[in-house]
Design a protein around this ligand. Sequence first.
Ligand code: C2E
Ligand code: CA
Ligand code: CA
Length: 727
Amino acid sequence: MQPFSPLRRLHQTLMPDYNRRATAYWWTVVPLGLAAIAWASADIASRPWTVVMQIAAGVVMAGLAGGFPIMIPRTKTSFALGEVFTFLLLFMHGPAPAVLAAAAEAAVASARTSRRWTSRIGGPALTAISMAGTGFLLEIVVGWPAGLQGIGMSVLVALALWLAIFHFMLNTALVAALPRLKRGEWLQWSDLTGSFGLTLGMSAVCACGAALLSEAFRAYTLPVLATITPALLMLVTIVRGFFRQQEATRALSEAEAQAARREADITARHLQQMHEIAFHDALTGLPNRRMLLAELDESVRLHRENHDRGYALLFLDFDRFKLINDTLGHAAGDTFLKHVSQRLSAQVEAADLVARLGGDEFAVLLRRPVTLDAVDALAARIQQAVGQPYLVSGTELTSSASIGITTSARGYEVPQDVLRDADIAMYRAKAAGKARHVVFDAQMHRELARRLRLESDLRRALADGALTLAYQPVFRLSDGQPLGFEALARWTHPELGEIEPVEFVPIAEESGLAPALTDYVLALACTQLRRWHARWPAVGTLGMQVNLSDRDLAQRTLPERVRAVLRETGVQPDLLWLELTEGTIMRRLATQRSVLLELRALGTRLVIDDFGRGYSSLGQLSSLPIDGLKIDCSFVAGIGQHHDTSAIVRTILQLGQSLGRMVVAEGVETHAQLEWLRSAGCDAAQGRGLAAPMAAPAVEAWLERQHGWGVGAAVPASAASPAVLMH
Ligand code: C2E
Ligand code: CA
Ligand code: CA
């Protein structure tokens, strides 16, 4: 315990940062300085009053100068021109007045710059000591007061210069010692040399100026005083003004630089955030598709440069995500996805990348060469991890992933292809029964290549008019007369030969070519029908059935396009039958009912194609804006077979009858099927057993033969007469 001491308490409050040594220094030097001031005051007091007045004027001027320091731009130092008066007094009246003047200037300066009494007293005291030392040096060198009298001007100026340097160094040493001592160090040589420069220079100028002035004063006191005071004032004002402006400019550029730095900071942070947003998924915090593609790009490039640097991509799709979203809500869906992202991240190594591609699609990029066995094992581990039950909104639920895999072994050139192949493999996994993983293979690659080729070739074929139509007659069963034809697209590829509609129609739908295909078929079929009507007016009641695809119904322009075709070809609207699959009607009914109604308002007929294969509720059928049903050929084929479908067909027929819709049977191949359908009350039928789809010239031959006009016309083998089966 420290003994209680009021002095110690005072020390604690006033000089908290002064250690023992610094305290000792202060209490030694400051009383010494004060003693010097006291001695100087006493010395002056003994002089004649005219001299005392002169000294007082000098001291006041020095003090005033201390109040108007000149800041040196780009530094923290300043100097006052008070030294002119101090040295003037030194040369004219000896050390004592100079000590007082120096102390006055320092007192004012310290009062301005510091609030601490240690500094406010210490400043003038230290300056008093250094000036006293300088004065005594002068006395020792020249002998005072007589010594200066006979001295030459140049010697005096040189002397002034050295005195100024001495004073400066002594003062600097005394002042710099304190902070050193506070830190427990000794004064360093650099403390003195470090502060050389402008301040020392100005000091020297002041001293030399004072030497010159003292000579002038000795000759003419008053005129000189009257001249130098305003001159000095002007000088101070000008120099201060100049320096201030410099300082302001510096402050401004400093502020500008600071603002620029801040802006750069903000920009950098902003960029960081933008990067975060642009390359990450907000929900899970995982890298997003963009980032995956960027990383994949890097992996592809590295592999191209060095085949030892392999990679593998796993594409994941969760099998029951839609169900979770639909039944438990989107918040639950989000929670599920977060769980999934954590489980996935836990299964991979640090160098691997887990990304969310959107929805419930995730990808894992392995940035290392891996064998198929290793990927296989990882996929199995992932299946196991994501297959564990999830607790979401208090409900325990399970899910599984379908995983598609591809690796650098396939020699990819662009990251998009890697993603595409993994995606295709994922679809295979899903189709194979979910919760599986499938590696993209050569067979899938061939199929894909063919598909991509067909897509671009189909585009060209449509533009070049390279597609043709086959027409399959549809017969009324009551009397065996043809009702019309179904137009079926045909495409003979210049190199690949015949391409089946089951292959190219889905390609058209997926590549946005479906409307173009429909327009093409509509125009060609209606033009053809109109031509036949013109040639054989007796068959003017024959209609044309055209298949629409799912994508057509999504287009609001469809009714307008149909109307345009009818107008241009002159086909009677009720002879155009538009076929839509059951799935399409059900999918589009809610949103596109108006399109269906518009089509009917045009006068065209709507038929449900492939009826029975879809999932339409029979209850909904009565409210559908349709005119007929086409029984899917699989049911017709099953009539009287092992898995007898005749009960289903009979139900569909009864349904059609009760709703007043016409029912057409498709794919009739045998006489037995035909007879069965006729006796069950089916309205119409088509099929190879009646007439196969024919190209336009074959249809024409068939029509001539049917109606006896084209005597001797050859009938193609495919165009079997319905009469064969009808009777
Ligand atoms: P779909 O509308 O059901 O067409 C009837 C299909 O049955 C045609 O196949 C036809 O050639 C075939 N077929 C004819 N007679 C028989 C038979 O006795 N038994 C069996 N099992 N089938 C028979 P195709 O021409 O290969 O067309 C297949 C599918 O492609 C069509 O099925 C239709 O969905 C689509 N399609 C064909 N042309 C077009 C078109 O121009 N536009 C659109 N959107 N789809 C078309
Ligand atoms: Ca059809
Ligand atoms: Ca059909």
